[in-house]
Design a protein around this ligand. Structure first.
Ligand code: PLP
Length: 436
């Protein structure tokens, strides 16, 4: 067949910053969710959706069966476009966060934007505030990767002001200085609790940035993991006090509903209006809004809280047990999320082991390839030398993880001849016990 004649040249036609993008590599590309792997890599909710399901995983109206109120997805209505405003869902989200802990004012739906996960909100804010090729955003490494991906898509440059080490808190003077010097910075993305740090940011630090004397920009606080932090930690309702504060949340983590893709922005009504004007009109599907509304019903919320308590219990267990594994170092992050950041050492601690990316990579690969336990290598991130980020699993998953990481580290040290003193002793005892 003769080739078609055309002047088309994709490499000169598409935007250069878009051509430079790599296709998104998702956690599930390498290790499938087919029941064979233990997936502690994507900070999903290990227990399940925060929905009162019966034992077959279904919603029925039969409360005796353990099920909460049925979700009546109107299948016959699916030929119609969904509601573009989602006022009822927004009201439910306001009711969830109106604690009256940070203000006496009350959040109302006019302060909300709902999107396809908080990832849509991250991008919408960039489009709303940053002129491509001109404006910038400020980020504080180590932090969530989508801020820079979305910035690149929008042809927006990054200004990086690293978090303070140790502790992973905001470096307020350095941030204020960067904002003073560069008026083209329009947004400052802070993550609280941080990913991958797990640390809640101090309210007082955020306040100091909000009160910046000369900077005309918006503070974006990403609270994706806030439901694993202490009660009332969310600053969502604080947006009623600050015209320059945006708080992003999601049902993907604490609520265990990553599959429905529902994120929310709490902000001043003037900013919410802009975001609602620029979004695609029907961004939230009907099944998504109905499932989200159900999840916010008290009967289902009870399950979400129970699931959260199970995760917090396993978080405590991992914090207590992991440092006992020879070759595991300190937890260097905060303890306010559903994941932990742990150092891997080049030798057991009793032999003076130091944090090592080589060990962390070998543990990451050994766990995934040999044991089907998938965690995240974060050793290349600022301040995270030798670190793995490990999502807190269910009790069974944590059992398996603790058992397997011990074996993997033992094998690594066996190869390098760096067994811990106790391990040497145990091996000697074991060898001695062999009768024949
Ligand atoms: C800090 C942070 N923000 C936002 C998101 C995205 O959440 P969503 O599923 O709502 O898009 C994630 C997901 O891992 C995250 O870690």
């Amino acid at each position: 067949m003769a080739s078609r004649q055309s002047a088309f040249d994709l490499s000169k036609c598409a935007r250069p910053n878009i051509l430079a993008l790599e296709p998104y590599r998702c956690a599930r590309d390498d290790y499938k969710d087919d029941g064979t792997n233990i997936l502690l890599d994507a900070n999903e909710n290990a227990i399940g959706p925060g929905l009162a399901l019966n034992k077959d995983g279904k919603l029925t109206n039969d409360a005796s069966n353990g099920s909460g109120p049925a979700i009546d997805i109107d299948l016959l209505g699916l030929n119609r476009y969904p509601d573009p405003h989602q006022i009822d869902l927004k009201q439910d989200l306001c009711s969830l966060r109106n604690f009256k802990a940070h203000t006496s004012k009350t959040l109302t739906p006019a302060s909300l934007f709902v999107g396809v996960g908080s990832d849509e909100a991250i991008d919408a804010l960039l489009r709303a505030f940053c002129v491509p090729g001109k404006d910038k955003i400020l980020v504080c490494p180590p932090t969530y990767g989508m801020y820079s991906v979305s910035a690149q898509v929008n042809d927006v440059a990054l200004v990086k002001v690293p978090l303070q080490i140790p502790g992973f808190q905001l470096d307020v003077p350095a941030i204020k200085d960067a904002l003073s010097k560069d008026p083209s910075i329009k947004l400052a993305y802070f993550c609280s609790p941080g990913n991958p740090t797990g640390a809640l940011l101090k309210k007082e630090d955020v306040k100091q940035i909000l009160e910046h004397e000369s900077w005309n920009g918006v503070v974006v606080l990403d609270e994706a993991y806030i439901d694993f932090a202490p009660d009332n930690a969310s600053l969502a309702e604080w947006v009623t006090e600050w015209p320059n504060l945006v708080v992003m949340q999601t049902l993907s983590k604490g609520f265990g509903l990553a599959g429905i893709r529902l994120g929310a922005v709490f902000t001043d009504p003037a900013i919410a209006r802009i975001l609602n004007s620029l979004k695609a009109p029907y961004n939230i599907s009907n099944p998504t809004s109905q499932l989200a509304r159900a999840a916010l019903d008290p009967k289902h919320l009870e399950v979400m809280h129970k699931n959260k308590d199970l995760i917090l219990k396993q978080r405590e267990r991992m914090l207590a047990e992991l440092p006992k594994v020879p070759g595991v170092g300190k937890s260097i992050g905060g303890e306010e999320s559903n994941f932990l950041l742990f150092e891997m050492l080049d030798a057991p601690a009793d032999q003076g082991g130091k944090p090592s990316n080589e060990t962390a990579l070998a543990v990451y690969e050994g766990l995934a390839e040999e044991k089907g336990v998938v965690v995240r290598f974060r050793g290349k991130e600022y301040g995270c030398l030798g670190c793995l980020r490990i999502t807190v699993g269910s009790e069974k998953e944590v059992d398996r993880f603790l058992q397997e990481i011990k074996v993997v580290l033992q094998n690594i040290f066996k190869k390098s001849g760096k067994l811990g003193a106790n391990e040497e002793e145990n091996r000697e005892k074991e060898a001695n016990a062999v009768v024949a």
